[in-house]
Design a protein around this ligand. Sequence first.
Ligand code: EPZ
Length: 422
Amino acid sequence: MGSYLIEGGRQLNGSIVVSGSKNAALPVLCTTLLVDGVSVIKNCPRITDVLDTCRMLDDFGCTTKWEGNTLTVDSRNAFASEDSSTGAGKIRSSILFMGAELGRFHKAVVHKPGGCQIGKRPVDMHIESFRKLGVTITEEDEMYICSLGKLKGSDIKLRIPSVGTTENILILASVAEGETIIENAAKEPEVCALCDFINSCGGKISGYGTEKIVIEGVKKLHATEFEIISDRIETGTFLCAVAGCGGDIFVKGNVSAQSQAVMNKLEMCGCLVKGCDCGIRLVSSGKINPINITTAVYPLFPTDMQPQIMSVLTISSGISIITESVFEKRLSHAFELIKMGAEIDVKGSRATIYGVDKLHGAKVYGHDLRAGAGLIIAALMAEGKSEVFGSEYVKRGYENIEQKLQNLGASILFENTGETDV
Ligand code: EPZ
């Protein structure tokens, strides 16, 4: 597969335009299967998770077409998945097709999505919630076979504010008979964006952005034109890159309101951080104060930013502690950072980072999307040459990351060793 060849030790200066949000685009695209019409999705990132989702929409009989970053999805001739050749679950986030397929066809065949490098990623809450809405679900080998008699609204209280579970319920309940209430709902901006999309298709959802969401079911949803919000995690990734390398960056995009937790932590690290409606500016001397971070659900510090800020903290002037509270196995990048000279002690869900003067280049492997991004940041900070493997993960969530970093003055090249490029 591919790798990134990086020569570190340079300051990063300039501005970038952040892409559309991966985690907003994926649920919206899955929902276009529920909409019987031609949906026009603007500011859609051309990343492999989106391309894989488009392939699955094609498997369901939809027609997808790109014009720049505008994706058109024609689902008028869509059909339900009959066997394992289609159906949700081939990629992690495609569990979100479950709600759309059941809402449209009242049946679904869903692969059991596997775990991944950051944890088991069970879907028990999705299954429990759908049963409450009237779905009959049987497990056969690696599949869930789902059928639906009467789709009726229900009161659902989530054990944890799961993003994907909240999204799957929103999609299916939007066309249920009667009212559905989700208690302890996820409040992430990407969940709110999905509600905005469904409402723009004629749905009736209120209370989103709080822990109690109310969905009044409608008969069907109509097609619409919709713009994907900017990606707050890509934004934070670039802010961390400049924080660690030193420099001055302006990230263009309406992301300041959704990035407060990350901006506050980078300010505590000693950076100058200023947000406005059109973007965020960060200036860093490259000198970093030690800080403590616990990842949590929105609006607190996001787990998807944890590997990136860990790289920054490897060169702090003291001891920092990162506690990963969302996923049970999301600290593997610490062991790759140690190959670059970082001093990190990992015990359970806690990493203690003892700041060192500088990192040195090495060959390292990003085992998941955000670990790969964090290691790219570390390689940009390090003295000398590095090679970061696992580009297939990075490309799942970052559009043209090497071009954007080159525009800031970074020495980074992508070496394709056999993967099909985006
Ligand atoms: C979404 O994953 C994001 N993915 C993740 O981003 C993000 O890290 C996560 O939310 C948390 O913010 C997309 O939006 C496509 P969860 P999701 O359900 O929905 C447990 C990235 O890097 N859980 O909120 O899968 C689960 O194991 C990715 O962009 C159950 O126990 O996350 C986890 O510990 C990584 N049972 C916790 O809840 C369930 O049925 C939160 O997971 C569902 C989840």
